[in-house]
Design a protein around this ligand. Sequence first.
Ligand code: BTN
Length: 268
Amino acid sequence: MDSSLLSCQIDPARLRSLLGGASGRFTIEALRECGSTSTLLLERARQNATSGSVLIADRQTAGRGRRGRSWWSSAESGLTFSVLWRFTGGVARLAGLSLAVGVAVARALENCGVPGIGLKWPNDILLDGGKLGGILVELDAQPDGMVAVMGIGLNLLLPAAGAEEFLHRPASLSQASSPPPDRHQLLARILLELAVVLDRFAVAGFSVLREEWQAHHVWQERAVRLLNGGLLDREGICLGADSDGALLLRTAAGIERCLSGDLSLRAA
Ligand code: BTN
């Protein structure tokens, strides 16, 4: 596929028209380049940016992933954006938020006709087992409640670097459908699903989305390892997530709750 055909900056006006009646819930800005959409939006959160602020960048020069990793993508290969959302209450109300965002992204991809979408705890988006994208949720406590900046990166094309350079085998939307979904339509669908999911989450928390998340969880009931800093932390049978979004593992010691780490399949 000629990747130059896919290279286009998001047009906020077109995006707004695709959002229809929900466009009033979002304030959209698209940049050719920035360090990181999430870093920029966190700065703006401290300057009173409104809930529903969306920042999209064709290219990030300092894109960030989970656990201090970097996130690489180009205008042609990726869709990278962050969404700011305000919540009332304290940080405990936001347990499981990154998993809830995963549910919204999975719904959006499926509504765009992409088959084979899965989720991997805590916030990888998978396509036929490869990493299609990731979610990075960052929180800031403010006097009137919590602000969440939800950064989402999706591969439209396979990243240029060789697969051996990635911690997880990458996947891209171009593998699933040719041509891949139009990036404006995909982004609009994600924002629409996010609004629905976040409204529900704000009222009832992750527990009401848990069943849908588990249905997408690719390593449910499978033997897994949990790594921390590359070292084996625990291993057991993956029982999915609890109502706070913590991973549940059945280990030799019983059922354990795990709050962070990298999940990998255990060799049979
Ligand atoms: C991960 O899988 O480690 C999470 C990756 C999140 C990447 C996105 S791209 C848009 C936003 N801006 C960033 O700097 N990171 C997130």
